[in-house]
Design a protein around this ligand. Structure first.
Ligand code: DX5
Length: 234
């Protein structure tokens, strides 16, 4: 990742596996890697923090050896502390916890680093970015949700763009580069607005899996649009 001011950061395109065929998850991961994704996001849901239930660490572990791209675990679960090691051991190199789900966020992020993974924090649409102010030194990435978590295929919330912009400004006060990821409703129609606001990691589920040209075309289109938008930020 670049840490030189004014130098373009990596624009990373990552799919959420939420729309994938769950009966063929290993093959789906291989297909996404072949399509050129930079990494794969696993949406872990517990049915309590969000009104949906997906998969645990064992499912992710079963797909780890099928591809070489990094895995990130988006933990939409309450009190994630007791499961952090499971997801790292399953092969996730980036662990995203929700600020709203962590009673002691500073301790949780430090624990992720101690496990040898990259700590990241996600903010739901209503959550102020001030909750990041005292943990910047522990972070490698921040995820600003552009939908309310729990389901794929929701509409992008454009009023999150000022929040993305303010978050990028906050992260730029840190003494190291911190990636800014957005997740929810990212498509060819919305990716430029998110990147122009300051997001350099774009998560796409529905738009990538349903793209008329296929997954490789979706990755290329999203990456090109995001790079052009970022470069136009001035
Ligand atoms: C919400 C999920 C979705 C998913 C992306 O909890 O995190 O945002 O990753 O789904 P799409 O791209 O279909 O909005």
């Amino acid at each position: 990742m670049t840490d030189l001011p004014g130098v373009l950061p990596d624009i990373l395109i990552a799919p959420s596996v939420l729309p994938a065929d769950f009966s063929r998850l290993g093959d789906e991961c291989a297909s996404l890697e072949a399509a050129g994704v930079d990494r794969i996001q696993w949406d872990v849901m517990d049915g309590r923090f969000v009104p949906n239930l997906t998969f645990g660490a064992d499912v992710i572990a079963s797909c780890r050896d099928r591809v070489s791209v990094p895995f990130e675990a988006h933990l939409m679960i309450e009190q994630p502390d007791h499961l952090l090691a499971s997801f790292v051991n399953a092969g996730c190199s980036i662990i995203i916890v929700h600020a709203e789900a962590c009673l002691h966020l500073h301790r949780t992020l430090a624990a992720i680093r101690e496990l040898g993974a990259s700590p990241a924090v996600a903010l739901n649409p209503h959550t102020p970015i001030d909750s990041l102010s005292h943990v910047l030194d522990l972070l490698d990435m921040v995820l600003v949700m552009t939908v309310n978590p729990g389901f794929g295929g929701q509409a992008y919330i454009p009023t999150m763009e000022p929040k993305v912009r303010a978050t990028r400004q906050l992260l730029d006060t840190a003494d190291h580069w911190i990636d800014l990821e957005v997740d929810g409703g990212i498509s060819a129609a919305t990716v430029a607005g998110a990147a122009r606001a300051g997001a350099n990691v774009l998560i796409s589920g529905s738009a990538m899996f349903k793209h008329a040209g296929g997954r490789a075309a979706a990755v290329t289109e999203l990456r090109d649009l995001a790079r052009a938008a970022w470069a136009a930020r001035g």
